[in-house]
Design a protein around this ligand. Structure first.
Ligand code: ZN
Length: 198
């Protein structure tokens, strides 16, 4: 005799245990509430400063036309491309570099959000005045000259400092070089440079 008698419903229909699922839903709701409360306890989200304009010149051309030996084991700032010391990454060309330093990730690393502060009427008027002064050489005062000289001196000092740092880095990397070469011989594959997206 066959085990399945004819005419009797032998397909099992899934029946939901309403009680059980109600209980599960309640537990889930409670869990979500607790998580939300925990999120609130962490405090308000970090308030970053509004976006500010750059007060330095972007250096895109100082290494233009120069020849340099590029090895994959060199420190990031001596590799081909534009190095961002804030994010410690190398960007391959000037357009991408500009995108990077204007980008969200870089600004965040500098402690700024992408929001721009709303300028007041006074600020706008001041700005216009400053721009007018710059255009019109007849209203050039001694104070302006002093300011310019000061700025130039600061820039010169900054350049000197950077040159000094570069020298130091060169010394350090020269001291490290033999080690790095050994490593390549052993592993056979040089480490690749970390790339950064804008
Ligand atoms: Zn950066």
């Amino acid at each position: 005799m066959s085990g399945n008698p004819v005419g009797i419903d032998n397909t099992s229909r899934r029946k939901f245990d309403k009680e059980e699922y109600l209980e599960r839903a309640r537990q889930r709701e409670q869990r979500e509430k607790e998580e939300a409360r925990k999120g609130k306890e962490r405090g308000p989200p970090v308030q970053r400063q509004p976006l500010k304009h750059r007060d330095y010149e972007v250096d895109l051309e100082s290494r233009l036309g120069k020849t340099q030996v590029v090895t994959p084991i060199a420190p990031l700032n001596q590799q081909a491309g534009y190095y961002c010391s804030v994010c410690e990454c190398v960007v391959k060309d000037s357009a991408n570099y500009l995108d990077h330093i204007n980008g969200k990730k870089h600004q965040r690393a500098l402690g700024m959000s992408m929001r721009v502060e709303r300028a007041s009427l006074e600020q706008v008027q001041k700005r216009f005045e400053a721009l007018k002064k710059r255009k019109d050489p007849s209203t050039f005062t001694e104070q302006d000259l002093d300011e310019r000289i000061m700025k130039q001196q600061q820039e010169e000092e900054e350049r000197k400092r950077q040159r000094k740092e570069k020298k130091k880095e060169k010394k350090v990397s020269a001291a490290r070089q033999p080690d790095a070469c050994m490593q390549i011989e052993r592993t056979g594959s040089p480490t690749r440079a970390r790339r950064c997206r804008p």
